[in-house]
Each structure stands twice: as structure tokens, then as C-alpha cells.
Design a protein. Structure first.
Length: 159
């Protein structure tokens, strides 16, 4: 919802005359706004807009109000907390060759920093993440090969 149209300014309303500070700001917000816009105004009044707490609460409110999706919320929250984030957004398979496919990944700068700190290098962030993902796939393949080396039957491998 949008800002309420008021004919009489808030400061001319007798109910506002005895108010001061945060109480007056909250009453002003409730006078002029409603719905989602009121929630955002109250958030700004209650918290320092330059604080990490405000940023996290606003992000949570954006997610609650469906202004952002789950993945964007999780990524932005991890970024605010300076935590690494990586997610598989989608996976595709070539219908003509089902062993061929692709993964679409999303990550934040903290994830790339973590990979750098672990010794991974590359010409770009995407190159570094691709090397990491290829390494993960290689590890899965090696683990699968190791499982096959224990003499398991095909039936045991399927479980």
C-alpha cells in the first residue's frame, strides 16, 4: 500500500502535540502509512539504517513480503554476515546424451575468498568456482571408484 492521503498535516493534529522523540516518529508513520510501507517505516525508526542489524531485518522483511526470493535472501544474508555462499540454481541434461549436462551455480565474494584462501587460483571468479566444482566432481568420482574396489556386487552398489 502507499502513503495515506491526509488533508491535515500530522503536526497540526492535537494528538501529536504532546509527543516527542521516537514515540512521535512512530505516531507520524502510523498517521501517514499503512500496510507494507508502514512496516518499512517502523523498521527505519526502530533501527539505525546504517547498522548490520537493520540490513538483516530489512532483508528478512523483503523476503517475508516476497520482494526477493529464497535464494536471493540466503545469498544476501550470507554476504551480510560475511559468510561463504554457493548454491546450485539449476541443472540441465542433454536429452540426446543423458550423461552430458550442466549446473548453474550462484555464489558470493566470500565464497571466492574462501577458495583463494584454500589455494585455488584462476583468471576470474568464475574460473576459480569452475575449478572448485570440477574438483568436487572429481572427488565424487574417486569415491565412487573406491567403493567399487571393495568387491561389492552390483546389487550392493545399487543400495
Amino acid at each position: 500500500m502507499a502513503k495515506k492521503k491526509r488533508w491535515i498535516p500530522f503536526d497540526l493534529m492535537p494528538g501529536s502535540w504532546g509527543l516527542s522523540g521516537k514515540t512521535k516518529e512512530i505516531a507520524r508513520a502510523e498517521y501517514y502509512y499503512d500496510g507494507d510501507e508502514l512496516e518499512y517505516q517502523l523498521l527505519e525508526i526502530e533501527h539505525n539504517v546504517d547498522s548490520k542489524e537493520y540490513a538483516e531485518l530489512k532483508l528478512k522483511l523483503d523476503y517475508k513480503k516476497e520482494k526477493i526470493g529464497k535464494f536471493e535472501y540466503e545469498k544476501e544474508l550470507a554476504t551480510l554476515k560475511k559468510e561463504p555462499y554457493v548454491n546450485v540454481l539449476s541443472m540441465g541434461i542433454d536429452p540426446d546424451n543423458v550423461v552430458q549436462g550442466y549446473f548453474e551455480l550462484d555464489w558470493n565474494d566470500e565464497f571466492v575468498k574462501m577458495l583463494h584462501n584454500a589455494g585455488m587460483t584462476g583468471t576470474s571468479d568464475e574460473d576459480i568456482v569452475n575449478k572448485w566444482f570440477n574438483g568436487v566432481c572429481r572427488t565424487v568420482l574417486l569415491q565412487e571408484s573406491a567403493d567399487l574396489d571393495y568387491g561389492l556386487t552390483d546389487e550392493q552398489n545399487r543400495r
